[in-house]
Design a protein around this ligand. Sequence first.
Ligand code: PEP
Length: 252
Amino acid sequence: MLFGANWKMNGTPGEALSFLAEMKDRGSRETDADLVFFPPFTLLPLLAESGKEAGIELGGQDLFWMDRGAYTGEISPGMLMDAGAGWFIAGHSERRHVIGETDDVVRKKLEKGLESGLKGILCVGELVDQRERGLTEKVVRRQLESALDGLDIADASNLVVAYEPVWAIGTGLTATPDEAQRMHSLIREWVGEIGGGNVSPEELRILYGGSVKPGNAADILSKTQVNGALVGGASLRAESFSAIVTSIPAEG
Ligand code: PEP
């Protein structure tokens, strides 16, 4: 299992350091799950040591597809690695729908990040009106095709997909565990068909994201197709993120 704590544009240095210290006190080193903390970029160097102590890797919430140059406001994979990150997120719904990133931009970011040796979480998911119009499958398949078709990844295990229905992010609404199971199963099948980067669909880790909380995590994580969660709001406190991590079913 894999759990990501996505802090978005939240957190002071003190809050992030306390989060890692508290995660450690709550047993983050002892879990079999992989844990990754995505704080704002500016906090990454400060957290490298505490992350190691807590057994929690660090990641950037985004990256740019060039190594250096006149790209005001952007951050390169090399800069992320220098700052202590081993992971990145590509195509988070807030970047797609608030900032306006296209499928093409997401593809470039994913390709560059993976090529640079970082591990990446590709987020896919439908908007509420797409869901209501019965377009969920079409939209998610298109996002996967655009990101993965013909992608050459040296290490396929560096790619993780997160299914995050946009209507469930930060809203308190979640897909039912059966809906998540169904979509994850389709995503696995489609990734096998698209065949990008030698990814083995059976081994691909697919996370669910969208208002995962201590109260609903166990039900979602009990589904065989769900390999972990990308958590926003409930990751801001170590108490709730840790409760989500420890709600993995015994055989998980
Ligand atoms: C996210 O940021 O990816 C997310 C799923 O947020 P939340 O858990 O707050 O819905």
